[in-house]
Write a protein that binds this ligand. Structure first.
Ligand code: DAH
Length: 341
């Protein structure tokens, strides 16, 4: 310790430095310079031990007084700076409560998603279980187990996307694959629906896309007959189109995995008031060969199945003329057709 250190000058000098200090960081710097581990006052205090007892007492008293005074000044300056900071924030962050509120914009559910959710709710209320299946499938699940003969045209490359480096694998062309996948895991009685993407090498135009969605349904229980099929699908169409008097027609058709097979048509009135029969889905009684493939006794259990093209249904219900509108993510379209939660 320098015996010539004048504590008065020392204290005054640092008090001035503290007065000039304009922010919390500079204040902290000064605190460390004085009172930190290697601060001036800390070092001086350590040096006291080297002095003679008399000198130590005298210098110690002066040094402690300087430390106390500067500690007090530091605390005072801290309070002042905090108050100044608060005043500054209150000035700059004023809130004008009279400003009009910003328009509240919340997201909407895509029309397509909403329709699928509603159809699922309808069938789940009837005791159906929803299941999913893979989009990359093998020929067995997509064709063989569904009783497609080897010459069936859907097998040809024209309709099916085969995977180039994986012989026998393809992008599923329909959701009927989920019938097989379920029956291999679950024994009847069962009621399932399954919605998902399917792929066919169709051209892209106003009513076709190479990827579209199907909803598959399957009911297998002892005693199920064609009357259940007709009742279930008629009720569904009336519910979906929100018309309890909707006319529904069952027209003979062919699907390899059902026998008999039927297309389901509705009597549709277009915007000009003209009435037309329009096909909305495919259906039929599950073919015994399909049941046999899944080791189910066709003498004991019967059932029906149906397949719905979801895009077509949505377009009909909402009067859409171009399927591509469903995928374009045009904000104006989404705002208009988007549904509340
Ligand atoms: N899988 C058929 C298709 O893609 C649709 C279909 C028709 C599904 C009849 C069924 C059904 O389950 O019974 O065209």
């Amino acid at each position: 310790m320098t015996e010539t250190l004048d504590f008065q000058i020392f204290t005054q000098t640092w008090k001035i430095a503290l007065q000039d200090c304009a922010d919390a960081q500079s204040l902290e710097d000064i605190r460390l310079q004085l009172l930190g581990k290697t601060g001036l006052i800390t070092l001086q205090l350590k040096e006291l031990g080297k002095l003679s007892p008399d000198l130590r007492r005298e210098q110690g008293a002066l040094l402690n007084a300087a430390r106390d005074e500067l500690t007090q000044c530091l605390a005072n300056r801290k309070v002042v700076l905090e108050q100044q900071g608060l005043a500054e924030r209150l000035r700059s962050e004023t809130l004008d409560v009279t400003l009009p509120a910003r328009p509240h914009k919340s997201g909407k559910i895509h029309l397509f998603t909403k329709v699928i959710q509603d159809i699922h709710t309808y069938f789940c209320d009837l005791g159906f279980q929803t299941i999913e299946g893979p989009e990359v499938e093998d020929e067995h699940h997509n064709f063989d187990a569904l009783n497609f003969q080897s010459h069936h045209p859907a097998r040809h490359e024209h309709d099916t996307f085969y995977l180039k480096d994986m012989p026998g694998w393809l992008l599923r062309t329909h959701t009927s694959t989920t019938q097989i996948r379920t029956l291999k895991l679950q024994q009847p009685p069962l009621r399932i629906i399954s919605t998902g993407r399917v792929y066919r090498s169709d051209d892209l135009d106003a009513t076709h896309t190479p990827m579209f969605h199907q909803l598959e349904g399957l009911v297998l229980e002892p005693g199920i007959h064609i009357g259940h099929l007709k009742g279930c699908l008629t009720d569904f169409c009336r519910h979906f189109f929100n018309n309890k008097d909707l006319q529904v027609r069952f027209r003979p058709s062919f699907f390899p995995f059902t026998e008999p097979s039927m297309e389901v048509d509705i009597l549709y009135t277009n915007t000009k008031g003209e009435k037309k029969w329009l096909e909305v889905l495919g259906s039929g009684m599950v073919h015994p060969n399909v049941l046999r493939h899944c080791s189910i006794d066709a003498e004991v259990v019967q059932g029906f199945a149906f397949g719905i093209g979801v895009e077509r249904l949505v377009m009909l219900k909402y009067g859409l003329t171009d399927i591509r509108q469903l995928y374009h993510s045009d904000q104006r379209w989404l705002d208009h057709y988007g549904q509340g939660c």
